[in-house]
Design a protein around this ligand. Structure first.
Ligand SMILES: [Ca+2]
Length: 467
């Protein structure tokens, strides 16, 4: 508003000047109005909500008949829903690396193929020299907050404050009890910035409360709100389930919560999903109530596919719809995830079959914030032309690797290698990856395989400095 007043103030002398001066001043005035208008679009707030282990078929809008998710469904109905969006990894840590850096996680070392461990990796994390989108946005004057599950380091210095976030509240590990906030190793794991600050409450609700407070606090500045939920990762505890973990006990072999009927985990997960939906509702409602909706890009996604079953007799956990396999796999069930992008008035509601990927968020957000990324090498592409104009994304190949398993995607084609088995699938015709076409198309298999080898050499070379 300050600028407005200054412009109006400057209009006064125009009346006493010669006509061409008057015209020039009026033009300048109009130009500055235009600039104000454009800049209000150029630097939107960005709210990135990421569920944990939420499968492709877990939401009402993605076809789930049992889970009640009205708030996420509304976000989808009023936004752009991806049917072919992929997490960079089939596990928690890898997708977080790629989301925040715009790079394949393998560029930081093969340990990021999977989840970092509170035993093996307790003293390490995402290298601090990694450039994160939070650092880029922070430098551009954005307020940056991370509320939820970090899992890019178990303790300082590998915490969000050293990766571009002004504020962090949540857990460092991959899974904390939703009530006692004790991690798998029996450690207290609830932090405010770099200090352990215990807080009573259900994790999903605490994350929501801090996210809402952050939005209110920064309503007048552009903000980047990163909300990596713990839900629906185990321990499978809905808001009405009991606490499980106590300090000092190792839960490595008892990490799933209190599940009286292991053959049917779904009721616990359903209540977690519905709490998650309530969280999305509260965050979206806060944005609307503060009049920020027209200038806020909201994203909802998941960090990998859902578990269908888990060793130890846990069955009927979540749903990946028609997809093959589950969390941890390089088949679609491991990494094709529900993804919704919402910005009323800017993004036309609908569904897109374009293939998006975790590595694309960094360049997209940087572009929206008008941040210079000259000299920054990124693997992802800017999604803006697709989001705002419906333009197709550039043709490209996408890659996944988890230890010995790997996959490459080009158009509808996907070559997979898992458990010593190679398969070529045409996803447009066979989303369930059931018909292996590799025998009939050896040349395509060979070309994709060679491209994958080339990619792996490239990421391994980048990773050398971190080994
Ligand atoms: Ca996960």
């Amino acid at each position: 508003m300050g600028n407005w007043l200054r412009h109006i103030w400057h209009l006064n002398p125009i009346l006493n000047t010669r006509p061409w001066h008057r015209l020039q001043s009026v033009s300048l005035f109009l130009l500055s109005l235009l600039t104000l208008h454009v800049s209000s679009f150029a630097r939107p707030n960005i709210v990135f909500m990421m569920a944990d282990d939420l499968g492709y078929g877990d939401l009402g809008y993605y076809g789930n008949p049992d889970n009640n998710t009205p708030n996420i469904d509304a976000l989808a109905a009023n936004g752009l829903r991806f049917t072919d969006f992929h997490s960079s990894g089939p596990m928690c840590t890898p997708t977080r690396v790629a989301t925040l850096t715009g790079l394949y996680q393998q560029r930081f070392g093969s340990k990021f193929d999977g989840a970092i461990s509170g035993v093996r990796d307790y003293d390490s994390g995402l290298p601090l020299e990694a450039l994160t989108i939070a650092e880029v946005l922070q430098k551009e004057g954005y307020a940056t907050g991370c509320f939820g599950k970090w899992h890019l380091g178990y303790k300082p210095p590998y915490f969000p404050r050293n990766q571009g976030f002004d504020t962090f509240r949540g857990l460092g590990s991959g899974d904390g009890d939703f009530f006692s906030h004790i991690d798998r190793s029996g450690r207290e794991d609830w932090w405010l910035n770099d200090e352990k600050v215990p807080e009573a409450g259900y994790t999903t609700e605490l994350i929501t409360r801090h996210s809402v407070a952050f939005i209110k606090r920064h309503r007048d500045t552009p903000f980047f709100l990163y909300v990596p939920h713990l839900a629906i990762h185990f321990p499978w505890q809905g808001p009405d389930d009991p606490p499980h973990r106590k300090k000092g006990i190792n839960y490595a072999d008892d990490k799933w919560g209190v599940i009286p009927n292991r053959s049917n985990v779904a009721p616990h997960v359903r209540s977690m999903i519905e709490a998650l939906d309530e969280s999305v509702g509260q965050i979206v409602e806060t944005i609307k109530a503060l009049g920020l909706a027209e200038n806020t890009l909201i994203i909802f996604t998941s960090d990998n596919g859902g578990y269908l079953s888990y060793a130890g007799g846990f069955e009927r956990i979540s749903s990946n719809g028609p997809l093959r396999a589950q969390k941890g796999s390089i088949y679609e069930g491991g990494h094709r995830v529900p993804t919704i992008v919402n910005w009323p008035g800017r993004i036309r509601p609908g569904t897109t079959g374009e293939t998006g990927h975790s590595i694309d968020w960094f360049p997209t957000f940087a572009q929206l914030a008008d941040a210079t990324t000259d000299g920054v090498s990124l693997d992802g592409v800017d999604l803006s032309p697709l989001l705002f104009d419906g333009s197709p994304l550039p043709k490209r190949k996408l890659f996944w690797r988890k230890n010995d398993a790997w996959a490459i995607r080009e158009g509808p084609w996907k070559l997979c290698f898992e458990r010593n088995q190679m398969g070529l699938y045409h996803l447009d015709n066979d989303i369930g990856e059931t018909v292996d076409l590799s025998d009939s198309m050896p040349e395509r298999v060979d070309a994709l395989r060679r491209a994958w080898i080339q990619w792996e050499a490239s990421v391994n070379e980048s990773a050398e400095r971190f080994q």
